[in-house]
Design a protein around this ligand. Structure first.
Ligand code: FAD
Length: 207
């Protein structure tokens, strides 16, 4: 994955997609014009998620890396080609490629390594997908107490106000493991529900 200056900016093989996609999206947003290109060769096309094969998926395809670069827009083609050449030269590991595990097939000699699944981009046809980041969620919302009560700026509970799910802040703000949103909703939803029912119960008893 390269930015429009033709430079890599993440360790694409750091971990499985589920552990990196939210963080990598943020990294893409931080790149010039918030854009990046994902480049694949024929060896891995069949491994791509369904969305890469949707009718409306945007990509360019070519039989050589040079002609692939010619088809891209807004990309520093010379630097991009050099980055791919350097990347390919760094793919010297003899370990077998295994997309189902952290295979340790890593680059050697690059300042920014690819730690797993490092194969050369060498088998035509080649594809380049232009990408940017989207907002799936923020997880940067309200602060809550241990019983789900929303806290004010002085950390005091706001009586009768409970929160759970995505609008609760701090849980996944710095990193989101895929599939954990609904688990968080369930866990904190139960806590907030119990908290709210206890609050109502106490209020009822006071009356
Ligand atoms: C593209 C995408 C893919 C995801 N994939 C997964 C996944 O695979 N696994 C997983 O665990 N999680 C996934 N998530 C996260 C998961 O969907 C959310 O964590 C979860 O839906 C949050 O539930 P919630 O009830 O907190 O919020 P929401 O589902 O956002 O519910 C909030 C509700 O409040 C309503 N609302 C907003 N303002 C008002 C208002 N003023 N008055 C009345 N109603 C209002 C909204 O219309 C909405 O219905 C995904 C999220 C997205 C966007």
């Amino acid at each position: 994955m390269i930015n429009i200056e033709g430079k890599r900016f993440v360790d694409e093989g750091e971990n499985f997609r589920n552990y990196t996609y939210a963080q990598f999206g943020k990294k893409v947003i931080e790149q010039p014009k918030s854009q990046a290109w994902q480049i694949f060769d024929n060896k891995v096309i069949e491994l791509l998620y369904d969305e890469y094969h949707f009718e409306k998926a945007t990509f360019v395809e070519a039989s050589t890396l040079n002609s692939l670069m010619e088809k891209t827009h807004g990309l520093d083609k010379k630097m991009a080609l050099q980055t791919i050449i350097d990347f390919n030269n760094a793919c010297s590991s003899n370990k077998p490629f295994d997309p189902t595990t952290l295979d340790g097939k890593k680059t050697s000699g690059l300042a920014l390594p690819k730690s797993n699944w490092a194969q050369t981009i060498s088998e035509p046809p080649f594809r380049a997908y232009p990408v940017t980041g989207g907002i799936t969620f923020t997880y940067g919302g309200l602060k809550i107490s241990e019983n789900g009560s929303v806290l004010d700026e002085d950390e005091n509970p706001i009586l009768g106000l409970y929160a759970c799910g995505e609008l609760v802040g701090g849980v996944f703000y710095n990193g989101y493991p895929g599939g954990s949103g609904l688990t968080s909703g369930l866990v904190f939803g139960r806590i907030a529900g119990l908290g709210a029912s206890q609050y109502l119960h106490q209020r009822h008893q006071v009356k």
